[in-house]
Design a protein around this ligand. Structure first.
Ligand code: HAM
Length: 420
């Protein structure tokens, strides 16, 4: 084959797209009930926007971004996530002036050049939300509750919520220095990745998937023991609120996310129905990000979730989505003289909001009937020269095979009556 899709990307084919539409509809529905409004930002941005916000030393910025020089010599990057773009748009469009708390959501493709595997793609899709303008724990808890509401509404129960506080610019440096000192002592025994992280991001060593790293660091102090009063109070409030919402969670002191902008709350939703890439969603608070992007200091919190992974869980847990079929009328032409009328009538019905189809391959009546079956048409109407002359034809309901002789100028009203 001459052309194939790029490694790590997938076509969403017609047989599958209704599953996506269903999930997206539920996401929009849930987000709307939480009063979040949609924001759509460009797929590409200046490279520096991402390196500045996600962090130069992260895997995403260091190894995974699709970065290229455009024809004017500017460095452009396909967005690897949505938060940086949302904050850029928030600052650029002075959204702060409109409302004290901006609540926005997005659904769309993201791009990361990771090694493709089950649940890990190079173009993947996220739905996510950001609440910008409040330092209060109420917003952290609301964001977490909203993420969970989507899975619940889709019938997914197999997930676990882990939360942590990664501290702030006041308490984190003390912890980092303490951890670095301890890690340096065991550096030669750690995995190469973890050795590299000691200087750059020591907290990620504790989050290592390597078993040897895990056993070597098992007794090391965790960030929650070092939180300042403000961070500690905030974390307690988040936990209290989650409990009052009846949301189960575990505190995981080793949870550090792969993006550098987090302060205070960090959280992840995982599912046992997934393989090694078990994160369904992740998020947290980023009180310094707006400032980092040269906007007025404004606290924020948000999350994002992978749609492919959500669909994988739906597949595995056997939850059936609606089949996406709408009532469809197939108009078959019994002879050549009726073909033109059939198409014109189809167009007229579509204008009135009725899904209709006719034959565009000039096939025999028998072949048209087979096509109507293949399309799983709800109704079939067969008309030829005689029916056109009499102005009447039989409308067949495929489900039970019953027919009704109807006037050709009342097709729309008959269908509207029968389908309602
Ligand atoms: P993230 O943890 O990098 O966070 O991504 C969120 C979710 O996107 C993951 O939990 C996973 O479900 C999905 N995901 C990530 N990478 C891939 C991939 N290569 N293939 C398939 N799915 C993937 C963020 O992106 C942050 N912007 C979340 C956030 C919003 N924090 C605050 N606001």
């Amino acid at each position: 084959m001459a052309f194939r899709s790029i490694k790590g990307t997938k076509d969403i084919l017609p047989a599958d797209s209704h599953r996506w539409q269903h999930v997206e509809a539920i996401v929009r529905d849930v987000f709307q009930t939480f009063n979040y409004k949609e924001i759509r930002t460009p797929i590409f941005e200046q490279t520096a926007l991402f390196s500045r916000s996600i962090g130069e030393l992260t895997d995403i910025v260091g190894k995974e971004m699709y970065t290229f020089e455009d024809r004017s010599g500017d460095s452009i990057t396909l967005r690897p996530e949505g938060t940086a773009s949302v904050i850029r748009a928030y600052i650029q469009n002075n959204l702060a002036e409109q409302l004290p708390l901006t609540k926005v959501y997005y659904i769309g493709p993201m791009f990361r050049q990771e090694r493709p595997q089950a649940g890990r793609l190079r173009q993947f899709h996220q739905f996510g939300a950001e609440a910008i303008g409040s330092p209060a724990a109420e917003v952290d808890a609301e964001i977490i509750a909203m993420a969970i509401a989507v899975y619940r509404k889709l019938g997914i129960r197999q997930y676990a919520l882990k939360i942590n506080s990664v501290g702030c610019e006041k308490c984190r440096p003390v912890y980092k220095a303490t951890l670095q000192e301890l890690l340096r002592k065991i550096a030669p025994q750690l995995s190469p990745d973890s050795q590299r992280r000691i200087d750059q991001n020591p907290m990620r060593v504790l989050d290592s998937k390597d078993e040897e790293d895990q056993s070597l660091t098992v007794d090391m102090p965790l960030i929650n023991e070092f939180l300042c009063t403000e961070c500690s109070e905030h974390f307690k409030n988040v936990q209290r609120l989650l409990t009052s919402f009846e949301i189960d969670f575990t505190v995981d002191g080793r949870l550090v996310r792969g993006l550098d902008y987090y302060t205070k709350t960090a959280f992840e939703l995982t599912s046992t129905a997934l393989g090694s890439q078990d994160a369904l969603a992740g998020g947290g608070r980023y009180d310094l990000l707006t400032q980092e992007l040269e906007g007025k200091a404004t606290p924020g919190v948000g999350f994002a979730a992978g749609i492919e992974r959500l669909l994988m869980v739906l597949d595995k847990t056997g939850f059936t989505l609606p089949d996406g079929r709408h009532p469809l009328l197939f108009i078959a032409a019994a002879d050549d003289s009726a073909r033109e009328w059939a198409l014109a009538e189809t167009i007229r019905l579509r204008e009135r909001g009725i899904a209709a189809e006719t034959d565009l391959l000039r096939r025999s009546l028998k072949a048209q009937m087979r096509e109507a079956d293949r399309q799983e048409a709800t109704f079939v109407l067969v008309a030829g020269a005689r029916e056109l002359e009499e102005g009447k034809a039989a409308l067949k309901r495929m489900q039970d095979g019953t027919s009704e002789l109807i006037s050709l100028d009342t097709i729309a009203s008959t269908l509207q009556r029968t389908s309602s």
